[in-house]
Ligand binder design. Sequence first.
Ligand SMILES: [Zn+2]
Length: 160
Amino acid sequence: MTSSDAPTFTLTRAGDRLELGGRIDERSQLADLARTITGGAITLDLAAVTYINSLGVRDWVSFLRALATAGVDLTLERCAEVMILQMNMIVDARGSARIASFFAPFACDACGWEGSQLVVTDQVQPLLAVGRAPETPCPECQQQARFADFVDRYFLFLSA
Ligand SMILES: [Zn+2]
């Protein structure tokens, strides 16, 4: 998929819970969104984000800063891999947000399945602390699928 094929940005809001999806770029109006969030605790679901370009990252960082300045208690949930990759490259792309859960790449040696599976930060961190990578049941054959990236690279954002 090329960047121009990426779906447009979507925003769903239900009270203090927001879901961002599709493509985050300079047209996503994150600054406008930030202005509507004035405090309290907010949960942002990032599972459906499929693409973020460099201008999108810039706006995302500004968005996090605006929320931090407003004293918003921000939790990021179900972060898509594209967002984790940005957080690993740019410390400010995580900011001071709490990351409750996120997607990570796994592969199954038994059946060849590869894909993204949700992991919970509180469950992964104790494993990483003792030098282990998370595993997950393969959705195809139920064998244990192994983590399919470099542990010291993919989980870097958790130590920031
Ligand atoms: Zn399998």
